[in-house]
Design a protein around this ligand. Structure first.
Ligand SMILES: [Zn+2]
Length: 163
């Protein structure tokens, strides 16, 4: 089985105990645990560690508690970073929309002048206008999709929780 699938399962097992899962993620995790013994063992070990912590009877593997805490801290940091990224993206989008609305009349005027000077047809001017409107958002969308794909392909770092 693909190691990225096990990575996702480990990530969801940790998220399940910290922040909960969406119905879709829970369904996916249940299906994976039903067929993957390693991940099922890991889920049970995490559950036992949490039960031991709750009962104050610390009879778990010493490395597992530290690794679980490290994963929880890492996940909390990821959530904070994602929140900051989304906030920055929304601010940039709002700025872009406002700027686009403010510059549309000027762009239309410039394209009209250019069209008359170069004897362009109305269709070409409309197409240029549409490109000027959609090109920045399309470029940003492609960059975001590319970055997201790179993040999905990046290994999750050292697997110190597996010791
Ligand atoms: Zn697995």
């Amino acid at each position: 089985m693909n190691s990225a699938i096990h990575e996702r399962a480990c990530h969801l097992i940790d998220a399940w105990h910290v922040e909960g899962l969406t119905a879709g993620d829970r369904e996916w995790l249940d299906a994976h645990l039903a067929e993957c013994g390693d991940c099922r063992d890991r889920a049970r070990a995490s559950e036992r560690a949490l039960q031991a912590l709750r009962s104050h009877a610390l009879t778990t593997e010493p490395g597992l508690v530290g690794a679980t805490q490290a994963r929880v801290r890492m996940r909390a940091r990821e959530l904070r970073e994602n929140q900051a990224r989304w906030r920055a993206l929304w601010i940039a989008c709002a700025f872009s929309w406002i700027l686009g609305a403010l510059t549309a009349p000027l762009l239309w005027h410039v394209l009209g002048w250019l069209g008359r000077s170069l004897e362009m047809s109305q269709v070409v001017r409309l197409a240029l206008f549409a490109c000027c409107w959609f090109a920045p958002a399309s470029v940003v969308g492609v960059i975001l999709a590319w970055k997201q794909a790179r993040l999905a392909d990046t290994p999750a770092g050292p697997k110190d929780w597996e010791h």
